[in-house]
Design a protein around this ligand. Structure first.
Ligand code: FNR
Length: 388
């Protein structure tokens, strides 16, 4: 591993390294959120509202950090969230991330908006536990073809994301005029001159939305902003009937990503969906919605064990994972932490991010007196101020 990565001891260190390597517009695309970024901040800060309550006298000589997630025995209760454009952050970034996930034994979820195609990523990281994330597309035939392609390439779980009817208003991207590829502006050229590592990788890469390039129904040429891509191809009219249709089409386990309201979780369970992912899209969609960890307890209560509950958003520490599990999550999904690792050092950088979370989780479980994940209960957390 590069010495630089070895000097990263917390996820925040990888974020700093990513900021040095990436052009500002690209770093901001990863880092940023919608409008005033209140939900973005709150996703992280709301974990502070909970304290850990350790118990003593427990044999913590050996620990088991593994957990079944939709039938796959994950080595850790975490997964890689679907994130578009990973191949823009590191050459062949989706494969780089999927390989790190496979080596660590955690699920990898490929985004609809990936640079590498469904088939390319499956071939590049054939061993791992692969999920495919789907958005509702106006072109239903194209969308259903994506499902068939994912099944044929042995993605085992479908993750349907339902919080992106349109793209949120991400002002950093607007101010930076962020497009793929980057528009040739003077400020961009000056910035790129300071990022030779990223530039060399981008020059070698075939950039585009890989799942949209074959046949009809495609976008992805010229300078495309993600908002334009979404507005032209995504379908804001999709409703619960459409969700039910996808449920019927997909034979494997299915997760519904992007809900916060317990009644929506109830509805997902009623459709036979096996996992709900409590998420506000990492604060990138509607601002001022609850933090994921704030929304979690009510959703977990509504689901009442009938489906798995995955907490997505703001996880930066092993202790965050413990809090989420104590409040009813089966597992956590992490987006930016792995993208910072990827941007800092490709597969090795993502592996470093996973190792950091593993080390923190193991340390915290030992000190908390919970040698297994099942030992973590609601009694191991306390609300910092009132409530909870
Ligand atoms: C995302 N996210 C996302 N979600 C999804 O379902 N499909 C996608 O294509 C993307 N793309 C994407 C790109 C980038 C750059 C980011 C940062 C996020 C949301 C992602 O899956 C996840 O919900 C959040 O990243 C979770 O929050 P944290 O872990 O980043 O705080």
């Amino acid at each position: 591993m590069a010495a630089r990565l070895q000097r990263a001891h917390a996820i925040a260190d990888l974020r700093r390294q990513a900021a040095r390597r990436l052009p500002k517009a690209v770093f901001d695309f990863i880092d940023g959120g919608a409008e005033d970024e209140r939900t973005l901040r709150d996703n992280v800060e709301a974990f502070d509202a909970w304290m850990l309550m350790p118990r003593v006298g427990v044999d913590v000589g050996t620990r088991d950090l593994s957990r079944p997630v939709l039938g796959y025995r994950a080595s850790l209760p975490i997964m890689m969230a679907p994130t578009g454009l990973a191949g823009f952050f590191w050459p062949d970034g989706e494969v780089a991330g999927a390989r790190a996930a496979a080596r660590a034994g955690i699920p990898y979820c490929l985004s609809t908006n990936s640079v590498g195609s469904i088939e390319h990523v499956a071939e590049g990281a054939p061993e791992g536990e692969r999920w495919f994330q789907l958005y509702f597309l106006r072109d239903r035939e194209w969308m259903e073809a994506l499902l068939r392609r994912a099944a044929a390439a042995r993605y085992r779980v479908l993750c349907l994301t339902v919080d992106l009817a349109v793209q949120g208003r991400r002002e950093r991207d607007l101010r930076n005029a962020f497009t793929m590829p980057l528009k040739p502006r003077l400020s961009t050229a000056l910035d790129l001159a300071r990022r030779p590592g990223w530039l060399a990788g981008a020059a070698r890469s075939r950039l585009g939305f890989g799942n949209f390039q074959i046949g009809g129904g495609a976008a992805g040429s010229g300078f495309t902003s993600v908002a334009q891509h979404v507005a032209s191809l995504f379908d804001p009219s999709a409703n619960w009937d459409d969700i039910a249709r996808i449920r019927d089409l997909w034979r494997g386990p299915m997760a519904l990503k992007g809900l916060l309201h317990p009644a929506d979780a109830e509805r997902a369970v009623a459709l036979g969906i096996e996992a709900v992912i409590v998420s506000n899209h990492g604060g990138r969609q509607l601002d001022d919605v609850p933090a994921a960890i704030t929304a979690l307890p009510d959703v977990a209560a509504a689901v009442a064990g009938r489906a798995e509950v995955i907490l997505d958003g703001g996880v930066r520490r092993g202790t965050d994972v413990i809090k989420a599990l104590a409040l009813g999550a089966t597992a956590c999904s992490l987006g930016r932490p792995f993208l910072w690792g990827l941007s800092a050092g490709g597969t090795a950088g993502v592996s470093r991010a996973i190792e950091i979370v593993r080390g923190e989780l193991d340390n915290a479980m030992t000190l908390l007196g919970t040698p297994t994940l099942d030992a973590i209960t609601r009694d191991h957390v306390r609300a910092r101020r009132g409530g909870g």
